[in-house]
Structure formats: C-alpha cells, structure tokens
Design a protein around this ligand. Structure first.
Ligand SMILES: Cc1ncc(COP(=O)(O)O)c(C=O)c1O
Length: 377
C-alpha cells in the first residue's frame, strides 16, 4: 500500500519551494524590533494611488457579491488604452498566476521551455509543475543572451520566456537585438514576453510587446499592477495576445480569479496618470541617489531599467542580508539567484534609500568587506 506522501505526483516532489522576500511583520516578530523597511520584493514604496484606495473601499461595500468574472471595466479600460480588442486580454491573480496558467495550457510531460538564467523563478517552477523540461540559458554580462536562446530551441520547445527588463538584474535588451530575435523565433514556439517593469523604462520609443501582438506574432505579453501601479497586495496582472490563444489560457483559470476590490483599484490606478508619473520619477531619483552613494562607497552595481538594483557587495550576500535585517532593512540576498556576492535592493523612498545606504555602510565595515573594496579586490 502507498502512503499519501507516495501518491504525490513526481513533478511536485521535485519542486523547490519559492523563497519570497521576507515580510516586515515576520521579521519584526523574529527580531523583536519595529520600524523595519522592506526593499526586497520590488514593490512601489509610495503606496497605492489615493484614487485606487477610494475605489477599493467603495468596492469593499459590495463584497457580498462574487466579483465580475470578465473584469469588464478593467478590460474596457485596457483595451482602449492599448488599442486592442477585449478578447485579447486575460486577467490573473497577478502575472504570477498567468505564468502558471500559460504553462498549464501549453506544457505536457517532456515539452521544453527555454528560460534565461537567472530570471524570474516562477517560469521554471510553472514549467516543471507540468512535467516540462527547462533549458536554461545563462545570461552574459547580466543580460539575456538571445542568440543562445535561439540556439537552445529544439523541436520539443514550446515556450521561450523573455523578461525585459530582467528580474533580478534590471537589465534591458538592446532594442535592435530584441526585434531581430522576434523576427527569427521559429513558428512552432510561443514567446512569453514579461513586461512587469515596463513602466520604468526610460526610453519612450522602446519596443512595446503589444506591437508584436498586433502583428499577429506568436507572443503572449505579461503585465502587472504590482509594480509602478503599486497594487502588489491586491494581485492583478494581465496577459495580452492573439484572441484565440487568450481564449484557451482563459479556460484554465478559476472563474473568480481577480477579486472585486482588486478590479476596482486597478481601474482607478490606470486613470491616475499623475500618480504613475510621480512614482516613476521618484524611482528615477532614487536610482540616481543609490548610484551616487554606491559610487562613493566604491561598490559596483548593475545599472538598472527597473525599480530594483543588483549591488556587488564582494562578500557573502546571505550574511550581509542577515546583518542588514538586524539594522531594520530587508533586501534580497542574490545567492538565491545564483549570484552569491550580490544583493538585490528595491528602490525605496528617499528616506528608505538613505537608511539602506547607512545600514549597508555599517554592515560592510563590521564584516570588514570595506577593506576588500578599498583594496579593489
Ligand atoms: C518579472 C516578473 N514577472 C512577474 C511577476 C509577478 O508579478 P505579480 O505581482 O503580478 O504576480 C514579478 C514579480 O516580482 C516579476 O518580477
């Protein structure tokens, strides 16, 4: 007789648990301190737009009703904004859920997916959950290597995941290289083009995934309200693609996957253009401040096009992460992405950025890492 443990699917047994950014409340309870700041999950430090808050509170009053399964208002607003049909949109409980829906739609046992490494970890998790095989393609100089991605495509490949700007590196693909890749991807492969951090890209003429959808390319574009739109806790993401593909991905989802409060807040956020502009500007200023401060500390970093920054602390990221936590700052130790000497820090408010820099200086000195740095090692 088999035990309940032995009945678990093989794919599940081989999954490694997701390591999320630590939650403030959990760290405060663990260390017995208060006033901790979290710069670990690439959230928007400004908090939600006041308009989104108001809409969420109003929607709460009607939470005796099930949510609108079609996300009608959000669908209307986005289809108008993006110049696409309503049928070209699918909504998810964050882009996170859409990644799993897409994998469930496409990946069968033994199917391959090409995934750069390191990138957002949920792509590989979703592929493996469905019995797929991950073909990892290492980054070159912290940037996706699209030639190597093309070379990794075989007859068994169904999906290629492109995260741009890439998480955790913050790097953006050269526009020409990206366009060339999109022209050359074989017809039997679907590109999952994740634009979670699109709003932070400085160049307004940078290629837009939606254009490829409009051209009828084999692409599904992912976007989210969790980053520039500051609604990570409400969980709203969306996929954009050809209506026939979107139809099938939509069949996999739970019918009430986006709750009514989230839908209302997302519509209101979309309309709050000023808030989005301010939050992007604050991110830009925060990034410049961090660059200057890190230059002053002779620390290298990977220039970013997103709302987070990889910093080379030339030491053990796990240890620095632990010590920073004691100083009241939660960051992401990048050993979890295979970068043991790096921290990934989300860009915060001016005050949070200063607190991070002060704490980092203190921890580096305590661990004597600043000596390495001064010696240019
Ligand atoms: C590249 C990328 N895609 C998708 C997501 C998931 O976003 P959501 O909060 O919409 O699930 C994240 C979250 O950090 C991300 O970094």
């Amino acid at each position: 007789m088999k035990t309940a443990l032995e009945l678990i699917r093989e794919e599940i047994l081989s999954l490694t648990p997701y390591i999320p950014g630590k939650h403030i409340k959990a760290v405060e309870a663990e260390l017995g301190i208060t006033g901790i700041i979290k710069m670990a999950s690439n959230e928007n430090p400004l908090g939600p737009s006041p308009k989104a808050l108001e809409a969420a509170i109003n929607a709460m009053r009607e939470s005796n009703f099930y949510p609108d399964p079609d996300c009608t208002y959000l669908r209307d607003a986005l289809s108008e904004r993006l110049g696409i049909s309503r049928e070209q949109l699918v909504f998810g409980n964050g882009a996170h859920e859409l990644i799993f829906l897409i994998a469930a739609t496409y990946i069968d046992k033994g199917d391959e997916a090409v995934i750069p490494e390191p990138t957002f970890g949920e792509y590989a998790a979703a592929v493996k959950l469905n019995g797929g095989v991950v073909k990892s393609v290492p980054l070159v100089n912290f940037t996706l290597d699209l030639e190597a991605c093309l070379a990794a495509i075989s007859k068994k490949t169904k999906l290629v995941f492109i995260c741009n700007p890439n998480n955790p590196t913050g790097t953006l693909l050269d526009a020409k290289v990206l366009r060339n890749f999109m022209e050359r991807v074989p017809g039997h492969v679907l590109v999952i083009y994740d634009e979670a951090y699109r709003e932070y890209i400085d160049d307004p003429d940078y290629p837009d995934g939606v254009e490829w959808v409009k051209q009828g390319k084999n692409v599904l574009v992912l976007r989210t309200f969790s980053k520039a739109y500051s609604l990570a806790g409400l969980r709203v993401g969306y996929g954009i693609g050809r209506d026939d593909l979107i139809d099938y991905v939509g069949r996999v989802r739970q019918v009430f996957n986006v709750d009514s409060i989230a839908q209302a807040a997302a519509v209101a956020s979309l309309g709050d253009v000023e808030y989005i502009r301010d939050s992007i500007e604050q991110n830009r200023q925060g990034r410049e401040y961090l660059y200057r401060a890190l230059d002053g500390m002779h620390l290298d970093y990977v220039p970013t096009e997103a709302n987070f920054l990889l910093v080379n602390i030339r030491g053990d990221s796990k240890q620095v992460f632990q010590e920073l936590m004691k100083e009241g700052v939660i960051v992401r130790p990048a050993f979890i992405f295979g970068l043991p000497n790096y921290l990934r820090v989300s860009i915060g408010t001016p005050e949070q950025n200063r607190k991070f820099i002060r704490a980092l200086g203190k921890v580096m000195a305590m661990l004597n890492y600043d000596r390495y740095v001064a010696a240019g090692k």
